[in-house]
Design a protein around this ligand. Structure first.
Ligand SMILES: [Zn+2]
Length: 63
C-alpha cells in the first residue's frame, strides 16, 4: 500500500500491517514489522507515485 506523508510525498508501506518499516534489498521488499513480502504491485505503485510527486515538486527549469 502507499502511505502519503504529511509533506504529501508517497511512502511505501506494508500491505499486511500498514507499517512503513520496509526493508528493500535485492529487488525484494520485506516488512520489518510482520515479515511479509511487499508485493511487486505495491512497489510499482509506489514508484509511479514517487515519480508523479517528483514531477510536481521539481523546481522550475532555469531559463
Ligand atoms: Zn507488515
Amino acid at each position: 500500500m502507499i502511505f502519503i506523508n504529511p509533506h504529501g510525498a508517497p511512502e511505501l508501506a506494508c500491505d499486511h500491517c500498514g507499517c512503513r518499516w520496509v526493508d528493500r534489498l535485492k529487488g525484494k521488499a520485506y516488512c520489518y514489522e510482520c515479515g511479509e513480502e511487499v508485493s511487486d504491485e505495491a512497489i510499482a505503485e509506489f514508484q509511479a507515485a514517487a515519480v508523479e510527486y517528483a514531477a510536481k515538486h521539481s523546481p522550475p527549469a532555469a531559463s
